[in-house]
Design a protein around this ligand. Sequence first.
Ligand code: S3P
Length: 448
Amino acid sequence: MSGHGEAQVMVSAKSGPLSGVAEVPGDKSISHRALIFGAMAIGETKITGLLEGEDVLDTAKAMRAFGATVTRHGEGSWSVNGVGVGGFREPENVIDCGNSGTGVRLIMGCMATTPISATFTGDASLNKRPMGRVTDPLSLFGTQAFGRKGGRLPMTLVGAADPLPVRYTLPVASAQVKSAVLLAGLNAPGETVVIEREPTRDHSERMLRGFGADLTVEQTDEGHVITLKGRPELKAQTVAVPRDPSSAAFPVCAALITPGSDILVPGVSQNLTRNGLYLTLVDMGAQIEFLNPREEGGEPVADLRVRYSPDLQGIEVPEERAPSMIDEYPVLSVVASFAHGTTVMRGVKELRVKESDRIDAMARGLEACGMSIEEEEDVLIVHGKGPGGMPGGATCATHLDHRIAMSFLVAGMAAQKEISVDDGSPILTSFPIFEGLMNGLGAAIRKA
Ligand code: S3P
């Protein structure tokens, strides 16, 4: 919950076999970008399938504050009348991005090269997260940032009146930082270049091209070299937001560990920058069929038939896969608990600066549920107890983190005793229909 409401204890009891079709909501990353690019384009962008979670609604509000007209027409159906690149007006009030790191970092990027100031804040989780990773490269354009100690929100950005183009090599594998620099580069003259050594989600690149920007990606020894020509006229688009593979992860993983399950999860992205979890589950021996491969909303997708998989084996997850499954390690650590043997997740220290320190949150919660866990700064190791092996019977702390809450509710579906979470309200940030969807498949999740 983006600090707007009360904590909500939720409980997950042992579930019967899951069956049916799990239609998860729109992709969070693409939903934020559809609103932001729409606000920077000329004309009316029409969006269908927009995720109506709190994170995205906060971004919609922010785009209004910068001068765009954002209208909801029906469920998931929205339009944005944009103000054009460089056309943002100065917001009259503080921009509250709630729980959303993606929202605040992308919005900082898109106002950074406009001669206006804006002050950003968020909830208790967001106000702990590092913003220096974005304000450092933005300062190269001439943007000034005045925040709290450690580069924390609340923070005021003074946009560059006379921006310079930038060449920047990402020091961390982060699509948010990459996107913030590209968005700032839109209103800088000349060419802005971002170099990423490890590929991260490429929605900004795909969508910027779709909105008419001149953007090229070259594979070199340094990694991906992304070159954007500044000051394009972005043209309004029709955006069909595909379903969110990070949300699909929860019913998929629940079906794998819940005896007798057989479900269909349609339209799951097979974008190579997002599908690391699914490759890993297959490596572990998961029974997943990838049916009807096709393109939806500009993304390669497939329908997933997922069956209970009692023979899951622990594995060493390839480290280079981390950026393509970064949000899925919490729920993978739940699946690993029900596998035979040990699962080793290396190169995962970025998890420590997400909505919570996800390594610590999962380690402590899984230990409370009776699992044996090892943890280092950059590593999480789960010693699996096999099918039905997790004792459960604990209340796990979610630290304002939606994915931690959903992961432990999935664990409760197959553990020996009920598992509670101290606060399920953050689930509304990304997957508002989680409880109804999971119970519709056969889960027994309830508010306490
Ligand atoms: C996102 C990028 C990732 C991811 C987040 C969404 C995006 O963050 O964890 O949920 O939409 O660009 P980082 O860029 O910090 O890795």
